[in-house]
Design a protein around this ligand. Structure first.
Ligand code: CP
Length: 315
């Protein structure tokens, strides 16, 4: 693997999932692979899971890690080409990425959608510029439109917890008062539509995802109907793609309650975290026996380690 920006960089998802499961059993089996190699983790946005799990994954492979919060620890970065740099950003990504590529063997970057300009967000400028100028492999730690390390962890989790060969997996929109990106939902669709599962997406009208990411997944507008017989409920909020970045409804009837989970086939509750309790999901569900959110977050370590291992093997 050269870069890991999306599902399209995963030559074989089964291999990656199995790799993650093997690493979970033997975390230090490849502890010399990353010896004398350094990964730089760059955060334009906050993080708990991604920041810590990726560092730990790199350390398990023997790598050195450097972490930087862009604009706080570093200069603010200008991303657009050909601009007169008389604004707030003191350094251009052309130099910054190239320089960081001299210090690091792999660069991993988190940069969320701005949710103001759809074309700009979906052009994935940050990832594109780092890939163009860093001269080293780039790993996506959640970009404007995708969160592939999360989706790989989700695939690993579903593989671990499934009780039937072809489980029913439901991605459900859940209410939130703030405008949130589509990245996690987009990515989950991209990965699930390539897995051997019955995949259903449910959301209120107006929350249709970009068809390029939805990838012909079945959409059901009735949440109860979607939940019937489900083996996994994956809750996430996202803002509207059509009316870009807008919160069209906060309808609390879409919150995940035990009554809704009772419609499922003793389905497991998943969420990428962080989650607002009693906004998206009730305490009863997230604290209950069907919730696997902590195990899911734990698997972020193995998804990151599987990806870093595959990249290191090509260096
Ligand atoms: N799920 C996830 O990416 O968590 P963080 O934002 O805390 O990294």
């Amino acid at each position: 693997m050269q870069h890991f920006l999306s599902v399209h960089d995963a030559t074989n998802i089964d291999t990656l999932v199995n790799e993650g499961l093997q690493l979970k059993k033997s975390p230090f089996a490849h502890k010399h692979l990353g010896e004398n190699k350094t990964i730089g983790l760059l955060f334009f946005n906050q993080s708990l899971r991604t920041r810590l799990s990726t560092q730990r994954a790199a350390q398990n492979l023997g790598m050195n890690t450097m972490v930087m919060t862009v604009g706080q620890d570093s200069w603010g970065l200008e991303l657009e080409e050909g601009v007169i740099m008389d604004g707030g950003n003191a350094e251009h990504v052309k130099e910054a990425a190239a320089v960081m590529g001299k210090y690091c063997d792999i660069l991993a970057v988190r940069a969320f959608a701005g949710l103001q300009d759809r074309e700009k967000d979906y052009a994935e400028l940050v990832m594109t510029q780092f890939k163009k100028y860093a001269g080293v492999p780039i790993v996506n730690l959640e970009s404007a439109t995708r969160h592939p390390l999360q989706s790989l962890a989700d695939c690993i989790t579903i593989e671990e917890y499934k009780t039937t060969a072809r489980p029913k997996v439901v991605l459900t929109w859940a209410p939130h008062f703030k405008s949130l990106p589509q990245a996690v939902a987009n990515s989950f669709c991209e990965w699930m539509t390539r897995r051997d599962v019955e995949f259903v997406v449910t959301h209120p009208e107006g929350y249709e995802l970009n068809p390029d990411y939805l990838n012909n997944a079945k959409v059901v507008y009735n949440q109860d109907e979607a939940f019937a017989g489900a083996d996994f409920i994956y809750a996430k909020n996202w803002s509207s793609y059509e009316q870009y970045g807008k919160v069209l409804t906060k309808d609390p009837s879409w919150m995940i309650t035990q009554q809704k989970m009772d419609l499922t086939n003793k389905g497991k509750f998943m969420h990428c975290l962080p989650v607002r309790r009693n906004v998206k999901v009730t305490d009863e569900v997230i604290d209950g026996p069907q919730s696997i959110v902590v195990e899911q977050a734990g698997n972020r370590l193995w998804s990151a380690q599987a990806v870093l291992k595959q990249i290191l093997e090509t260096l």
